[in-house]
Structure formats: structure tokens, C-alpha cells
Design a protein around this ligand. Structure first.
Ligand code: FEC
Length: 293
């Protein structure tokens, strides 16, 4: 059997001029308030996007390293930018793939997240290859260990974070929040840390309530409870991108300064060798291939 991987990520605009089209894709045709677009363009400008997109470059580095580790083709498919998931699927099929592993660079399942990536890939393949889709990997021991190594030994209060989603998903029975809390618990346990909490980040102003607490409120709350030093450990993101560089490194840092709180964050997995091995393990298991010793 000939195998290939479609490695999926959120995607990011390459240039400031791409931001309106990118935002329109995220909104899926729903209207965009001009002030929100202007605010987004400004965030990307301050991120330094004119010199290149951090997320797209990291995704390509992870793709190339994973391909080398596995010894068969890995194609990048972006949910909101190019190359699209459908394009990656076509390339995999054109390369002769009979089995395709779908792997998203986001560890926790939500119907609004992984479920959408899955739908896009299934539609694109249209039954022309066997799809082996990895639905979740937030409890993967190698991933948990990698994060635990980055928080172990800290004296700070550890705050695990992830992207918020509309609060209605909990009533709809979506497992997202429970999966995030379980990864946080496993990482804390692996690192031998008792002093921790969990917070959401990166809520969007869509006019409905989102899951909380939001990181900016949570920092204020921690300070009021006497916490002096915080180490941020994102568990729902694996790369340095807008939500890390802006929401944590800029906004949360500014809030911490106002509050007189020391704030640091762990390095994200990005395309680190140990992380790429974790991804390779997930792919091999999805295909029931022997794990590498
Ligand atoms: O660096 C970059 O250029 C891209 C950073 C980026 C990542 C990311 C990950 C997730 N999102 C998730 C859910 C939503 C929902 C909405 C939404 C909106 C945005 C906007 C930008 C954006 N997201 Fe994102 N997300 C990233 C960027 N996201 C920009 C639009 C402006 C804004 O709100 O700031 C609301 C959509 C709507 O309006 O209806 C929902 C989830 C993830 C984590 C999983 C994944 O990576 O796929 C969930 C990275």
C-alpha cells in the first residue's frame, strides 16, 4: 500500500494585503465589522507579517521533518489559507497514495475544530483513498512529557491555556474542554506540579458568550489571590503564531505588567525533533505500522 500524510494547520496570511481575504475565509461569508478588520491588520503588522508568516514557516518545517522521519510523502493542508486541505489531498492522490493519514496540528477534539478539518479532508478525498484520521492526541504520552519537561521545576503558578470556543459547545456535549483539562492535569502530574490552573484565550467578538475564564481576567484573579509569578503553558497550540505572539506575548504581558505580576511562557513545540517524533508515532499507529525503535 502506498501511504501519505495530509498534515493540517490553521494557516496564516503571508502578507498584510492577504488579511482581508484570510479573515473572510475564517468568517465563512458572514459579515465583518470594518473596525475588527482594521484591528486584525494592525495585529498582523505588529507581528511582523510583512517579513513572512511565522505559522506557515513553522508548519513547513514540521512537514519537512515529519516526511524525513517517516520516509513517505507529507503534504501540508491549511484550513484557512494556501495550500488548502483539498489541494494537499489532490497532491497525495496524484502521488499514488492509497492510504492517507489526516493529522491536525491541534491536539484536542472539537466539532468546531478537528471536526471541520476532517470534513474538508473527507470531502476532498471523496473516497478515492482510505482515510486514517487522527481525531485527538492531547493525551499522547510523548506530547505530555514534552510539555512536562518545559514546566518541571518552576516555582511559578502554571497556567495552561487553549483557544476559547463559543460556550454553547459544552451543552452540545462537545468534548473539547474536558480534553484540555485532562491534558493539563497529565502535564502537571508528569512535572510534579500542584500549583496550577487552566484558562482560555483568544476569544473572538462574535456576539455570543465564549468559554472562560479569559486569560486577561484570570491573571487579575490570580494576582488578587496573592500569586506573584506565572508560567504560561499553552496546551491547545503547538506553534508560535498570532494567538501566542499577540494574545500572550503582547496583551497578557501588558496586563501582567499593570498587575505587577511576573510572567513567562514555555517554548512551543514548533518543529522540534522530539515533537516531530511524537507526530510520526501518531501516523505510524494510524496506519498500524511498527513503531520505530
Ligand atoms: O498566526 C496566524 O496567522 C493564525 C493564528 C490562529 C490560530 C487559530 C487557531 C484556532 N482558532 C480557533 C477557533 C476560532 C473561532 C473563531 C476564530 C477566529 C480567528 C481570527 C483569527 C484567528 N482565529 Fe482562530 N486561530 C488563529 C487566528 N478562531 C485571526 C479572526 C479574528 C479574531 O477573532 O481575532 C471565530 C470565527 C468567527 O468569527 O466565526 C471559532 C481554534 C483554534 C485552535 C485549533 C486550530 O489550530 O485549528 C479552535 C492558530
Amino acid at each position: 500500500m502506498s501511504d501519505a500524510v495530509v498534515l493540517m494547520a490553521y494557516g496564516s496570511p503571508e502578507r498584510l494585503a492577504d488579511v482581508p481575504a484570510y479573515y473572510a475565509d475564517i468568517r465563512g461569508g458572514r459579515p465583518i465589522r470594518p473596525e475588527l478588520l482594521a484591528d486584525l491588520v494592525e495585529r498582523y503588522r505588529r507581528l511582523g507579517i510583512e517579513d513572512g508568516s511565522p505559522l506557515n514557516a513553522i508548519t513547513e518545517a514540521a512537514r519537512a521533518a515529519l516526511e524525513q522521519e517517516l520516509g513517505f510523502p507529507v503534504y501540508t493542508g491549511m484550513r484557512h489559507w494556501t495550500p488548502r486541505i483539498a489541494e494537499a489531498a489532490e497532491r497525495a492522490l496524484a502521488g499514488g497514495a492509497e492510504r492517507v493519514v489526516g493529522l491536525v496540528l491541534a491536539p484536542h477534539y472539537s466539532g468546531m475544530s478537528i471536526g471541520r478539518y476532517r470534513g474538508l479532508l473527507e470531502d476532498a478525498l471523496g473516497g478515492r483513498a482510505e482515510l486514517h484520521f487522527v481525531e485527538r492526541w492531547g493525551e499522547e504520552p510523548g506530547f505530555v512529557e514534552l510539555l512536562a519537561d518545559r514546566v518541571r521545576g518552576t516555582d511559578a503558578h502554571v497556567v495552561f491555556t487553549a483557544h476559547s470556543l463559543p460556550a454553547r459547545i459544552v451543552d452540545e456535549g462537545d468534548p473539547y474542554r474536558d480534553e484540555l483539562l485532562e491534558t493539563s492535569r497529565l502535564v502537571a502530574e508528569g512535572a510534579g506540579i500542584d500549583d496550577w490552573s487552566f484558562s482560555f484565550q483568544s476569544e473572538s467578538p462574535t456576539g455570543e458568550p465564549w468559554l472562560g475564564p479569559d486569560i486577561l481576567d484570570h491573571l487579575a484573579d490570580l494576582r488578587a489571590r496573592g500569586v506573584e509569578s506565572v508560567l504560561l503553558c499553552p496546551v491547545g497550540f503547538v506553534a508560535d503564531h498570532l494567538e501566542i505572539k499577540w494574545d500572550l506575548d503582547t496583551e497578557a504581558r501588558e496586563r501582567a505588567e499593570e498587575l505587577g505580576l511576573e510572567l513567562a511562557r514555555i517554548e512551543l513545540p514548533n518543529a522540534d525533533t522530539a515533537f516531530v517524533r511524537v507526530l510520526a508515532g501518531l501516523v505510524r499507529r494510524a496506519l498500524a505500522l511498527p513503531s520505530r525503535v
